[in-house]
Design a protein around this ligand. Structure first.
Ligand code: ZN
Length: 689
């Protein structure tokens, strides 16, 4: 392990230094995975009452060591925390309440995490706790104590597995009432991770480096020249073939995961990873047997699932057979899962029972309620693969007993966090939407509304800079929600590859909003050029046909229904002189949508269109200027005229009003609406009469 410590970067105060230490640890995925691990320092500081207090300053709940700043730490009275030792038993809720009552600045700081007692009960000044691959390679085995002693000697203490939370705190208090032996610099916790300490942040980090180096050397020596999972059984496919198979398989897996429990509470976003080193690991002959034993550290059970499904598939089989095979495997996995849960008295199985699917030869599919959690699941499982390989080299991989794993998986404290989030689910939570024409106007407004309602959005537009700006704005609010792609709606190949990208990015598609548009060319029917007819048809009709083809294929593979929404226009219903090519293309789109509604309805896929008029977009403003010139009026006079002829007295309609209709049509609320127009036109002359 590289020693990255630089005094010049470490900061002056001890608080700065614990932040620096945290970031060094957090940025190394072999030490901690996103959100995992924690650090602390003990300081004397003034409290809210103006008194001096000795305080434990520890990473707060919900923070990440990679990016944590001083504000991410919570400050707790050390003397109050010490009273934890006086309790024989305590529920986790009781412990959390107790710890909150120990906070120096309850109105300001993040809540303490469940691993806080570990830092409170060890008397060292600086402490870092990791879920590192090196020491877990020693302890995720049948003989952990022996390997820790051989690899690390007596400078490191060993603790047999105890569940994190109060039981771990209690055990530490019993074993180390006056702190661990003075000669030790760290404590290896079986099947959980490592805790190191030091009088300074630098010493703590150097102790960490020294222990990790020794553990890594021990594992490396035993891995030398070994195929730890046996000979490779699946041929390694080239990257293009892998991605092609993955884009077929992702929607199938997504659909099966969504339907498996029948609860309707789990419609994950998927992330696909196929790093060469992982491909080698998962293709080994004994990999599946080892993988069935579990993951690397208790926290990963919550992030990546209690164990993965290893799918043995003939990737060249046709999609129907593929779907059938995936269905059978997921159903069988779920059957076993129910048995496991029931055996351990969990009669209410969680909906997210499976978050990692491994396909030898192809890669790993990770599931999460959003892309960010799916990425965390992927990072955790990739670390697990390395720890498994290390453990296999040292002895053999072994994780917690099913009873301990199940206790962790159903740990009420953690489940409650997930359930609380589920309660306040926004309307489009878990849905993936593709918006064609998202850089401006209605498409842009809809992208923001969909994202605000919890959807993941793949945004296509020929104006790549424009659509990238929309995606960046969405991602700055909620990371990894939006993805921008250059898309010329008149090019079916570009549409096809963009939809492929959307599937690779999010794992499937639930909603298509087709909003690509160009202005009418304004020609009389006696001299309209064919090029205008072709141009209008290509963007407003043929592009929608190509986008529907791609979206519907994915929706059918998922088998979880879908929403197709088209931005039609008043022109489809109320013809206007000079705009025949435009109006006819929009009318064709509307009739096409009705055909789609008829054909795909039985699959739970609806097709509806929005009849929008006088929407305040760039196209509208251009047309307004032209009209003003033609009629010799000012733009203000034109707007006045529009307002007067509108039933509702509105000159223009904000794009957000159309986006509102799109949200309804994308949501479960519109489940009984198909083949239908929603008019959003302020009652000019748009609605069919
Ligand atoms: Zn831990």
């Amino acid at each position: 392990m590289n020693n990255l410590w630089k005094d010049s970067d470490a900061g002056k105060t001890e608080l700065d230094q614990v932040v620096y230490l945290s970031n060094l640890v957090g940025r190394d995925p072999t030490l901690v995975q996103p959100g995992g691990g924690n650090t602390s320092v003990k300081l004397d500081e003034g409290d809210l009452f103006g008194a001096s207090a000795s305080a434990l300053v520890v990473k707060g709940s919900g923070t990440d060591l990679r990016t944590i700043t001083a504000e991410g730490f919570t400050h707790l009275y050390s003397d109050r925390l010490a009273a934890l030792q006086n309790f024989d038993s305590m529920t986790d809720e009781g412990m959390m309440e107790f710890m909150q009552a120990c906070m120096l600045f309850p109105g300001r700081d993040p809540l303490p995490s469940v691993e806080t007692p570990l830092h409170a009960l060890l008397p060292a000044k600086f402490i870092a706790h990791t879920h590192d691959i090196a020491t877990l390679s020693l302890t995720d085995t049948p003989s952990p104590r022996q390997h820790v002693a051989s690899a690390l000697g007596s400078a490191v203490a060993f603790l047999e597995y105890v569940r994190p939370g109060f039981p771990l705190a209690k055990r530490l208090a019993q074993l180390y009432a006056d702190g661990p032996p003075a000669t030790t610099t760290g404590l290896v916790m079986e099947k959980h991770g490592l805790t190191v300490w030091g009088d300074t942040a630098r010493e703590c980090y150097e102790n960490l480096v020294a222990i990790i180096d020794k553990a890594e050397a021990f594992v490396a020596e035993r891995s030398e020249g070994k195929e730890v999972f046996g000979p490779q059984t699946a041929p390694t496919l080239d990257i293009t073939t892998r991605r092609k198979h993955a884009s077929t398989l992702l929607p199938i897996v997504r659909g099966e995961l969504s339907r498996a429990t029948g609860s309707g509470n789990w419609h994950p976003v998927l992330v696909f990873t196929d790093a060469p080193e992982n491909l080698e690991e998962i293709a080994g002959e004994t990999f599946a047997a080892a993988a069935a034993k579990g993951v690397m550290t208790p926290e990963h059970i919550l992030r990546a699932g209690v164990r993965p499904l290893v799918l043995d598939l003939d990737l060249d089989s046709d999609p129907t057979k593929l779907k059938d095979d995936v269905h059978k495997s997921v159903a069988s996995f779920y059957g076993d899962y129910i048995d496991y849960a029931k055996t351990h008295e969990q009669n209410n199985p969680i909906p997210d029972f499976l978050k990692t699917v491994v396909i030898p030869g192809l890669g790993i599919i990770s599931a999460g309620r959003d892309r960010r959690s799916a990425t965390v699941a992927a990072d955790c499982y990739r670390a697990t693969l390395d720890a498994m390989a290390g453990a296999e080299a040292v002895e053999s991989f072994e994780f917690l007993s099913d009873a301990d794993a199940c206790e962790m998986e159903y740990w009420p404290l953690e489940r409650r966090k997930i359930e609380e989030k589920a309660k306040s689910r926004p309307e489009l939570d878990g849905k993936v939407a593709v918006i064609v024409g998202a850089a401006n106007g209605i498409g842009r407004a809809t992208a923001f509304r969909f994202a605000a309602e919890g959807a993941h959005v793949a945004l296509g537009d020929i104006d790549f800079d424009g659509v990238t700006e929309v995606a960046n704005r969405i991602n700055s609010e909620s990371s990894e929600r939006a993805y921008a792609v250059r898309m010329d709606a008149s090019d079916p190949n570009e549409i096809s590859s963009s939809f492929h990208e959307a599937v690779m990015r999010f794992g499937g598609i639930d909603v298509l909003f087709y909003s690509a548009g160009i202005a009418p060319g304004m020609h009389s029917v006696v001299d309209v050029p064919n090029s205008e007819v072709e141009r209008q048809s290509a963007i407003h009709f043929e592009g929608a046909v190509a986008a529907t083809r791609e979206a519907a294929k994915v929706m059918l593979a998922q088998g979880t229904g879908g929403r197709l929404i088209y931005n039609a226009s008043k022109a489809a219903f109320a013809p206007g002189p000079g705009a025949a090519a435009y109006g006819a293309a929009k009318a064709a789109l509307v009739h096409y949508a009705r055909n789609v509604a008829v054909e795909l309805g039985r699959h739970g896929i609806t097709a509806n269109y929005i009849n929008a008029d006088a929407v305040d977009t760039r196209l509208f403003r251009e047309r307004l200027a032209e009209r003003a010139q033609e009629t010799g009026k000012t733009e203000e006079e034109m707007l006045q005229y529009y307002a007067e002829r509108s039933v509702l007295g509105k000159a223009v309609i904000p794009p957000e009003a159309v986006a509102e209709a799109a949200v309804f049509l994308a949501s479960d609320r519109s489940a009984y609406t198909t083949g239908c127009a929603i008019t959003v036109g302020g009652g000019h002359e748009a609605f069919p009469r």
